[in-house]
Write a protein of this length. Sequence first.
Length: 224
Amino acid sequence: MSRNTASGERWEPRPADIQGERGECVVAVRWFELNDEGARESFECELERNAQHQRHQTGSRGQVILRSLDRPRSYLHLSCWRSFGNLLSAIHTGTSNAHLDRLGLLAHIEPGQAVGVGRMGARRTMADAAHAVLVEALLDGEAAQFELDFGALAGQFMRDSDCMGGLLLRSTTDPRGYLGLIWWSSAQRCDDALRSSRFTDRRLRLESTTARLTVERARVAGED
């Protein structure tokens, strides 16, 4: 059932893909940490080749490559699929494995899988909006309370003209693990939101149910 957040926005506690469409979705989550800053261009080209290959696989529902602004060597690749079967078929092809082998020479890879548990807004896709805040959490409290609190945090910004959407993912390998994303079309508005009391106050609520909570800024890889 949908619940109202503090802003009056409807927080949909159901799977949603990176483009904000309703329906089942599972997500391959891959973090990368560059071994050498000088290999950035080669790494981004190889990661984009991998993404292009996945875009043409059965069951693909969108993907985005984000580069952390707070950890300059870190990247996040999210690819969304209609089912776990589609995801596994796509990432275990010979071509995907070859891409992953080449990426592994350039960066440390931390793989994961998640399901969408809530979405909001999505007037533009994350890839189109370009600027995002990532909220990564490991719970030590009630999952339902955390999900509602994240919905309240994201919901405050959905009426802002430059805030384009929010999405919450839950890890399938560790149900205590969550990744929340809120995205903007303007870098300045994204930074302003992160520094605002609206964000700070709600972040404190999230921290009350988590053993670890990290917040970082990101932008779509290749955007300058």
